[in-house]
Design a protein around this ligand. Sequence first.
Ligand code: ZN
Length: 372
Amino acid sequence: MSMWLGLDDTDYLDGGCTTLVFHELLEAIPCDYGKPRLTRLWPFASRRTRGNASLSVELFAGEEIIPWLDSYWNKKILPLAGNISSSHHSDRKQYPADPGMTLFHEQPDEDYYWKAVRGEVEYYKGGIQWGGNGRIGAAASCAWRENHPTWEGIAWRSGKRNVQNSVLSIVDKMEGTFLCRDPRNNRGLISPRGNCPVMFGVRATSYQTANDATKLLIAGSEPVTGYRIFTTNQASGDHIESVRSEIVVHKDVITGGHVLINDTYVAFSESGDVNKLCQWLKIGDRFDCIGLEYDGVIHIEGIKITESKIKTRPICSCGTRMKSMGKGQGVRCPKCKEIRENGWDISNRKPPIIGWAQPDPDKRRHLAKLSL
Ligand SMILES: [Zn+2]
């Protein structure tokens, strides 16, 4: 018999890392199971804890697994509830861990995943559920159908966090790994900061590559306590419903260099090329963009300039720039006095970035597509 198990929201700043709690549960569980899955959901969900990864797995077990899970929940996971720690690095409000675990005899409706990756959702009805707010992410993870998956190999440390630079270089160059390093400064992107027990998380476009890369990295790291390869919805773009096409009618550059377009679209100063393109936009320009809406404002995650025209006075056949003779009266050459009725030359303005621009690698969402 097959069932679906989900877990979320066990983490707080100093511990409870959801991936490790889930790994330990799988180490202990007395049944066979499928490949573990890590899903990222709507980043603006209210009350979400610091990390936003939810976990799920298919279990091959009978009803006897229910009392086992119940006991494991009470002993190992429930004690994490309510843990909170203050952050010196972030002004964001920290919510206490509010773990949730779900178990379903049948995989929940796929629709629930799509709602949870694109917006706020209520608890899923049905199945067996333990705990609080984390039940939402747990059920949503179970509902994911693995459309456009990528993989992430995660290893947990026993002591110091250190991965040899030479090994990271090899893994970075492997066909199929992605976002291992920031190409601008060569800084590694695989290791988290702070107290989190993760040694590294290496992302790849195939299971095999994630597995190979993980083994290489472990050989070049301080000791790890274990590792797993998760199937993930990272880089799927699932959080974005569609591309929006707009014309610039209003543009403000606000404090800190953030750009607000048409009072609706915001490009934060940290968003690298996205912000650069928005700074460059002029009234009348056309652009396509993708982004997440929050509180009526769309946070731009990708932008492409589709049209930007510039109007200049024509150059006369003698090589001199012509001048207006007054409103609606055409232009005249100040030198040879030639006259033209059409007072403007329209040409294309070349954007500093052609095609889609995305934020810098370290500022991208886990869900963001690799290229647009
Ligand atoms: Zn002339």
